[in-house]
Design a protein around this ligand. Sequence first.
Ligand SMILES: *Cc1c(COP(=O)(O)O)cnc(C)c1O
Length: 229
Amino acid sequence: MRIDHKLQQIQNQIYQACTRVNRSISDVHIVAVTKSVSIERTEEALQAGLNHLGENRPEGLLTKQAVITTAARWHYIGSLQTRKVKQVINSISVLHSLDRLSLADEIQKRADHTIDCFVQVNVSREEAKHGIELKDVQSFIESLNEHDRIRVIGLMTMAPHTANDEVIRSLFKSLKDMQLKIASNNYPYAPCTELSMGMSNDFEIAIEEGATYVRIGTALVGDESEDVI
Ligand SMILES: *Cc1c(COP(=O)(O)O)cnc(C)c1O
């Protein structure tokens, strides 16, 4: 299906979710997760007006950037191996997966400017998920105060696929509470005003609970299967 049609549908859902909780749609940014689709499909997303793109592999990111000339903001959304930092860190606008001090140290060493980062939080504490546990978020962020190449713009989480809506909602609420707590410290290196949460299956709940960036792949650009039709 054409991306511009899917986008209209999703924008409508975003509008409805915002309306339910008295939020402005201009506070919600869509990151089109293009990690599983071709260069052509990624270009179609840009043509539809989506200029925040999400990738989760260095190879995918760099291959696309090498040929796509349209201006875009590239978001790195997957777990990032320390040894791959130097390949990607100066090619992205936002990192959504800052989850350990060794990664922060490597970014500090390799970045040629300040990188906007989300600290990834493992709110559910289920599975072998990446992310800092809620109870450790404050101290982790404080440990970044001398990393002048990192600006913590917000917190990010992924809800478990298996969870029901009320469980997902309570996880998102917990992340929002933590975001407000960090923001209230007024740390210059961690304004923490943003919340990256919500994917194809749960973005409406995420918006109702305060998401400012939703990361949508399957429902918007599709997955590998879109490339054959
Ligand atoms: C793949 C991925 C998404 C998008 O997931 P969909 O369910 O396809 O919308 C969002 N965030 C992260 C971190 C991902 O890896």
